[in-house]
Design a protein around this ligand. Sequence first.
Ligand code: NAD
Length: 290
Amino acid sequence: MKIGFIGLGNMGAPMALNLVKAGHAVTGFDTAAPMPEGVTAAADAAAAASGADVVITMLPNGAILRAVAAEVIPAMEPGAVLCDCSTVDVDSARAVAEIAEAAGKAALDAPVSGGVGGAAAGTLTFMVGGPDAAFATVKPLFDIMGQKAVHCGGAGAGQSAKICNNMILGVTMIATCEAFALADKLGLDRARMFDVVSTSSGQSWSMTTYCPAPGVGPTSPADNGYKPGFAAELMLKDLRLSQQAADSADADTPMGQLATELYRSFVEDEDGKGRDFSAMLPRFETRRRG
Ligand code: NAD
């Protein structure tokens, strides 16, 4: 396939590289990042999109996506698919889909989980919103860049799935960390705490797979000085998107709201920036009630 790839940063570059390795012709554009080997450089976003069967974007946020989409959609061939893999707000994903549809082109919102490691290994999970035919067109590319692609529904469904999942993750990580900190103060051994909770009703991915306590459970960023992993500021971004969506949909999400405020203060007022999101545990260790 002829693929246009816009946004070749930490995630986009390894994803594009996997498409090149699989034999696809990739033309790329980025305002700052260098082109990965094998990707043909275009002069601008519209040039990267022109003549492509699929245009993939991997950009920082919804405002940038909207601006790039306005530029590339008119340059795309009729029937070509714009596939945005960035994590952006649901409203931007839906707005881009509407503009594409009005121009006789299709758009998918296809955010990923798996991080930079998953992008390099080609093991991302794609959560996808948009029309069936567009999903079928891009599916072979999802299979190269990832290990799983779930078609979640119409426009915006991929972003909705991603932020709901990450809202649960933020909340359960905080709950797991505060419970470890309480257990410490009660004199409970962390390994015993893990043994009980990981096989009891308090278990979650945050406890069993990504345990925030060093030396306990499977290896996780806690065993590496809380080097990310999944950085606290990226969790904050996703939590903010969940609250933006909750505002827009008039949904009551008190736990998501509190998790957003805790990660905001951890990242902006404390030492959370650049640390893994599970570093909430050392944060709680140093705190007292009230
Ligand atoms: P990044 O900042 O490394 O990459 C974004 C790239 O977009 C940069 O190279 C930047 O120069 C480029 N860019 C910005 N404006 C542009 C424009 N107008 N035209 C062309 N290029 C432009 O970020 P990243 O870590 O690669 O993340 C990309 C997206 O993936 C984000 O939405 C992020 O939330 C999401 N995501 C990241 C991770 C992760 O672990 N890094 C995991 C899951 C999802």
